[in-house]
Design a binder for this molecule. Structure first.
Ligand SMILES: NC(=O)c1ccc[n+]([C@@H]2O[C@H](COP(=O)([O-])OP(=O)(O)OC[C@H]3O[C@@H](n4cnc5c(N)ncnc54)[C@H](OP(=O)(O)O)[C@@H]3O)[C@@H](O)[C@H]2O)c1
Length: 279
């Protein structure tokens, strides 16, 4: 994976760990990875678990001419940008996965033009993630290929030209898993409420979600596949059980609640970007 170069990771929390495990599975050697964070204890944990290099010095981790990932919380990004300002190798690409942190904030904060903004998600921990990303015009096709390879280690990756979609996908795919988990929890609790033992309810809901997602994916991705509304209609017999359930959800303004949730996350992402220095 991307030759003999080193992957630097600044901020070695949960998403960083998902990335480390993904790139190791794709064949990057442990010696090619160096991660940093404020705590020596965390560095020791990563060295022990993956055999990579780890340090408490962000500048040491960022001292590579290939790829530097910034995976600290957005609220810590200003400190990290100040620390790395003027210290990025001219040939390196910096990939930020922080919610809301805009390309402009990254390149001005680092004084470095080749930057990428990416939004992964937690299913990346099992290589089933979805990462949308964009970059500045200065990132070359060869560098883009390396970034695609890096982000592909978390699952599917999708390049977009327009940065506005990163603010949107922070709501849809970044926050999305939490909403899906909440819906699953509600389905499980509801099944228990109507009398199902919890373990049976969990198995039933997980298999139902998984099967429905795969069915929907098959239809949506095939030529002339059916719309989701048609799949839903197929399950809905006149005066049947599904019709009764859908009536209750519509009455509780389910769709409006989903729109409000994604809108709130989208607005918060834009707000975070402004707080951190974007326009
Ligand atoms: N989790 C998600 O679902 C998700 C999805 C998409 C994108 N993201 C983005 O990914 C980024 C990381 O999220 P996460 O969930 O992995 O958070 P996390 O587990 O809290 O990881 C952040 C890491 O940064 C470290 N850190 C704190 N201050 C630092 C500094 N000055 N220099 C270097 N490292 C520092 C933290 O160390 P300490 O713990 O010792 O403070 C921690 O290990 C965030 O920007 C988030 O927006 C997250």
């Amino acid at each position: 994976m991307f030759g003999n170069g080193t992957l630097g990771i600044v901020g070695s929390g949960r998403m960083a760990e998902a990335m480390i495990s993904g790139v190791l599975e794709k064949g990057l050697l442990p010696a090619q990875i160096i991660a940093s964070g404020p705590k020596q204890k965390r560095a020791d944990e990563l060295i022990k678990a993956y055999g990579i290099q780890a340090t408490t010095d962000n500048r040491v981790a960022a001292d590579t001419d290939v790829l530097v990932v910034l995976s600290t919380k957005p609220q810590t990004m200003r400190i990290v940008l100040n620390e790395l300002h003027g210290h990025i190798h001219k040939d390196a690409v910096v990939v930020s996965i922080a919610a809301g942190v805009r390309l402009e904030t990254l390149y001005s904060g680092l004084d470095h033009r080749t930057v990428v903004r990416a939004m992964p998600n937690t299913p990346g921990r099992i290589n089933m993630g979805f990462t949308m990303w964009t970059c500045t015009a200065e990132v070359t096709p060869e560098q883009r290929a390396k970034v695609a390879e890096l982000l592909g280690a978390l699952g599917k990756q999708r390049f977009v030209e327009e940065e506005k979609y990163l603010d949107m996908t922070t709501a849809t795919s970044g926050t999305g898993p939490a909403l899906v988990f909440m819906f699953m929890e509600a389905m499980i609790d509801a099944s228990v409420h109507i009398g199902m033992p919890r373990a049976l309810a969990e198995e039933t809901v997980i298999e139902t979600m998984l099967g429905s997602v795969l069915l929907a994916k098959g239809e949506i991705t095939k030529k002339d596949g059916r719309h989701l509304a048609q799949l839903r209609s197929e399950v809905t017999s006149p005066a049947g059980t599904t019709a009764a359930a859908i009536y209750a959800l519509e009455k509780a303004t389910f769709r409006t609640a989903v729109v409000d949730a994604l809108h709130a996350a989208h607005m918060r992402c834009i707000e975070l970007g402004k707080l951190l220095g974007g326009n």
